[in-house]
Structure formats: C-alpha cells, structure tokens
Design a protein around this ligand. Structure first.
Ligand SMILES: NC(=O)c1ccc[n+]([C@@H]2O[C@H](COP(=O)([O-])OP(=O)(O)OC[C@H]3O[C@@H](n4cnc5c(N)ncnc54)[C@H](O)[C@@H]3O)[C@@H](O)[C@H]2O)c1
Length: 178
C-alpha cells in the first residue's frame, strides 16, 4: 500500500459488515486512523480492533448521536478528513408499493437518506475549518434504474442520496452556509 491516507482521520459508518468493513480495512492499510461506526456494538468493535481503529456506537439516524460522533472525533483526533457515509438497510418488509407500509417506508428513508443528510451536516463544519476533507456517500445502482425485485423505499432512499450528493458537490461553501 502507498499509505495515501497517512495521518488522515476517516469515519466509516456501517463499518461492522460488508462494504463498510472492507473499506475500513483498506483505509487502515493506506495509513488512516479509522473510526468504525456501527449500531451493532459487537460487529463494530470487532472491526475497530481488527484495523487498529476506534469504535463509536452510533445510530446514524439519530441527530444528536451523529453530531456527537463528528464533534467527538474532531475533539479526540484533532480533525475529520474522510466521512464515508455508508450505513444502510434493506429490510424484508420493504417490498412493492402496494405491500410496503408507511412504517417500513419511513424507517428505510430515515436510516438510508436522513442519515446521510445528518452525517454531511455535522462533518462539513469540521472539514471547512480544516480547509479540506472528503465525503463519500453510498447510494446504489437502483438510484438510476428500477430494481427487478421491488424495494420501493430502498430505491427512493438511494435516489435521495444520489441527488443530495450531487447538490452538495455543486454548492459553494457560501451557498451551503447561506
Ligand atoms: N451489498 C450490495 O450489493 C449493495 C449494493 C448497492 C448499495 N449498497 C449499499 O451499501 C451500503 C453497505 O451495504 P452492505 O451490503 O455492506 O450492508 P451490510 O448489511 O453488510 O452492512 C451494513 C452495516 O450498517 C450497520 N447499520 C445499519 N443500520 C445502522 C444505523 N442506523 N446506524 C449505524 N449503523 C447501521 C449494520 O449494523 C451493518 O454493520 C448500504 O448503504 C447499502 O444500501 C449495497
């Protein structure tokens, strides 16, 4: 590895499993100090131990918890260089529009989309203070095309992540703060 993230502090949500875990491993191999975030304490702590990072238990759909997450990382590590906003769910009760209840719809939107809004909202002030930082939001191919097996809330949630990310990339800091 080229140590491209040497001395960088990287926050990875959903680090306990799958894409988040693989990313935590790769970021650590590139020299980052990795903050492994997960609502599953067992999996998140295991990931942090494996990559020599720090585990923070956090439900990314909870505003106060997300604010505390990024403020705490900045306080303990001095900076927030990377926010990989990756945690997401695709529960079985998210189905076709006729089958999917409002409860499943709202839960999926909250965990998949509102969480990305919150993580960006509370990571960006630290990055602006530093004058730099990178945000990576995990969407899905379903943001661009319908899925053959319908998961109506999941598809809508990832469309929201993609559109929000595009908007953030276009916004100047002045617009974002104004
Ligand atoms: N796996 C795929 O094929 C695929 C394809 C496209 C997009 N994605 C997206 O990639 C991301 C990761 O997917 P994955 O397959 O690695 O999932 P995964 O289920 O393996 O891992 C998700 C992790 O997020 C955690 N998590 C769930 N809700 C949380 C919450 N409220 N707060 C904090 N952590 C929470 C889980 O505990 C778990 O450790 C998701 O956003 C998913 O929608 C996955």
């Amino acid at each position: 590895m080229q140590q491209r993230l040497a001395d960088r502090v990287a926050v990875v949500t959903g680090a306990g499993s799958g894409i988040g875990l693989a990313t935590a491993r790769r970021f650590a191999a590139e020299g980052a100090r990795v903050v492994c975030v997960d609502v599953d304490a067992t999996a998140g702590d295991r990931a942090a131990q494996e990559v020599g990072g720090e585990f923070v238990a956090c439900d990314v759909a909870d505003e106060a918890a997300v604010r505390d997450l990024f403020d705490g990382v900045a306080r303990r590590h001095g900076r927030v260089d990377v926010a990989f906003n990756n945690a997401g769910i695709s529960p079985p009760d998210d189905d076709s529009i006729l089958e999917t209840g409002l409860d499943a719809w709202e839960r999926v939107l909250r965990v998949n989309t509102t969480s990305v809004y919150l993580c960006c909202k509370y990571a960006i002030p630290h990055m602006r203070r530093q004058g730099k930082g990178s945000i990576i939001n995990t969407a899905s191919f379903v943001a661009l095309m319908g899925a053959a097996t319908s998961q109506i809330a999941y598809t809508a949630s990832k469309g929201g992540v993609l559109a929000m990310t595009r908007e953030l990339a276009c916004s100047s800091p002045e617009r974002a703060s104004g």
